[in-house]
Design a binder for this molecule. Sequence first.
Ligand SMILES: NC(=O)c1ccc[n+]([C@@H]2O[C@H](COP(=O)([O-])OP(=O)(O)OC[C@H]3O[C@@H](n4cnc5c(N)ncnc54)[C@H](OP(=O)(O)O)[C@@H]3O)[C@@H](O)[C@H]2O)c1
Length: 293
Amino acid sequence: MTTTLVTGATGYLGRHLVAELHRRGHTVRAVVRNRSRAEQPGKRESPSLAGLVDEWAIGQLGDESFVADAVSGVSSVVSALGVTTQKADPWDIDYRANLAVLEAAQRNRVDSFCFVNVIGGDRCTAELTKAKTAFALALSGSSISSLIINPPGYFSDMMQVFDMAKRGRVYLFDPERRINPIHGADLAAACVDRLESGEQGNWDIGGPDVFTWRQLAECAFTALEKKPRLTRIPPAALTPIQAIASLVTPRRADTLRFVTWGMLNDSVGEPVGTHHLAEFFAEQANTLSTDRW
Ligand SMILES: NC(=O)c1ccc[n+]([C@@H]2O[C@H](COP(=O)([O-])OP(=O)(O)OC[C@H]3O[C@@H](n4cnc5c(N)ncnc54)[C@H](OP(=O)(O)O)[C@@H]3O)[C@@H](O)[C@H]2O)c1
């Protein structure tokens, strides 16, 4: 079997990717900053990497010789690397760190490179999505067989709606916009299917159920057995909020721009997978009631 390098292996999606590649018999080389953290369970029930990794590449992607060693001898790369809650500039990670891996992969004549981007990211003005779009362009223009997967929000991120529902009220910008959030295991399976098929291309991929944001919020209230309470924030209110946030904390303001863009635009990919958000929310609600006892 071939050796597949996974970057971003310790993240929500990266852990599911490692588990899926391992399950299908790939030799998995995982890039991590800290092995003991990687061997703990990840966020929102994403798996521990203990026993799933054949070769550990432990280091910093900003280090050229580390990147060269990490890429040496692999036949494909899967990147779930990107800044979400980490304190870093997306241009350093989503663009430059991915580019360093791509350049090393080209020198090593790696067969294929699968990059997890964001659905509609090329239309969003956040620096985060600009950095990802710039990398996707570099990848598709490279000599390597490129696979670019564009998902909407993951189940892990839908917990922000669940948490608002838990506090009693969900705030939405445009309740009628649509999204089909996807579980990390389903997205990982879709990525590995395409990698193994030998195709190259660019795919929008989401989960099996399409919701409006109103329905998604109601789904969280149902799981929590609470009466739905929704408040619509007029999109015009965003401009002053974003302007103030940019002065105080530019990185968070950029994340806010990305998140709100996703809530003001339909984000629906080809539906795949078997995990349903209603069941995921029900499990989260069950965990809450078990914890209470
Ligand atoms: N979450 C969503 O709803 C969503 C939706 C669409 C697309 N995406 C994209 O999908 C990818 C994976 O998302 P995710 O939710 O799985 O993210 P995540 O849980 O935050 O994982 C991100 C991964 O990137 C690594 N990383 C981040 N900053 C780093 C840095 N400065 N140096 C080295 N490594 C760094 C993290 O390493 P550490 O664990 O060491 O921090 C982690 O392995 C990202 O590119 C994201 O933009 C996410």
